[in-house]
Design a binder for this molecule. Structure first.
Ligand SMILES: C[S@@+](CC[C@H](N)C(=O)[O-])C[C@H]1O[C@@H](n2cnc3c(N)ncnc32)[C@H](O)[C@@H]1O
Length: 250
């Protein structure tokens, strides 16, 4: 018996992996993360029990897994996006290890990748930014030392800020000293869901734009000069004259 932590992807049901979908269709017990999981990925299941974890606390979720283990039933534990990012799977895994219950993680398409795809851009451009920091805004639960936005912004690289939409004005105020008011920003709301939408602007005007759109939840804030028209060089990878294992020189 195994608990499978499955990434359901950002919203579009076609963005789950083949393996994740197969396991959801096969497992006799499904525990899914409420409204964040696209209903269509659960549609073909033949499970005996389908449990919405949004209504449960951690101990109740672990109890459901323990019961499935006692019954010899595999569990599909379905999270949004990729389970390794803000999925709260670490605490579940800690319990499973203590209980001696096997688990596996099936990765998923994360909101950052889905948002970049929607915007049609690369988050790592030569000469502009070669690093992406995935972070969240520390409002309700604090951030570890050294991970305040102010610390991260010093790098000037691309930022993907989760769970921050309600604090957009504070985020902007913290970023302007590092990135400048004219730095491009995009706020992507419910990427790949049927009602997906986004706002693009600069740190100077993004708050006003997002207020106009009315985004309140499930939005990713992307910040960085890769989102604008900063000049960048072609990559070494495809440069003529750059030899490597698969394209040896003359
Ligand atoms: C609890 S985190 C889960 C992240 C998820 N595990 C992932 O890999 O994308 C939820 C936050 O991720 C972002 N998010 C998740 N899905 C999104 C989507 N479809 N579009 C935009 N942002 C999304 C939002 O910032 C949201 O508040």
């Amino acid at each position: 018996m195994t608990v499978y932590f499955i990434g359901a992807g950002p919203g579009d049901p076609e963005l789950i992996t083949v393996k994740g979908q197969r396991l959801i269709n096969q497992c006799p017990v499904i525990i899914y993360a409420g409204s964040l999981v696209p209903p269509a990925v659960l549609a073909g299941n033949t499970a005996e029990r389908v449990i919405n974890s949004a209504e449960l606390h951690l101990e109740q979720i672990i109890d459901a897994m323990r019961q499935a283990h006692a019954d010899g039933q595999d569990v599909a534990r379905v999270h949004s996006g990729d389970p390794s990012l803000y999925g709260a799977i670490g605490e579940q895994i800690r319990h499973l290890r203590e209980l001696g219950i096997d688990y596996q993680i099936i990765p998923g398409v994360t909101a950052t990748a889905a948002s970049a795809a929607l915007l049609g851009c690369e988050l790592t451009l030569p000469d502009v930014a070669q690093t992406v920091i995935l972070t969240r805004y520390g409002d309700s639960s604090p951030m570890p030392a050294g991970e305040q936005l102010n610390d991260l912004a010093r790098h000037g690289c691309t930022l993907a800020i989760h769970l921050g939409i309600r604090n957009l004005a504070r985020i902007v105020a913290e970023l302007v000293p590092h990135y400048g008011a004219d730095c491009p920003v995009a706020v992507v709301h419910r990427a790949t869901w049927p009602d997906q939408d986004w706002a693009r602007g600069t740190l100077a005007d993004i708050v006003e734009q997002v207020e106009r759109k009315g985004f309140r939840r499930t939005a990713l804030i992307l910040v960085g000069h890769v989102l604008g028209d900063a000049p960048f060089a072609d990559s070494a990878l495809y440069r003529a004259g750059h030899a490597h294992l698969y394209r040896p020189g003359p």
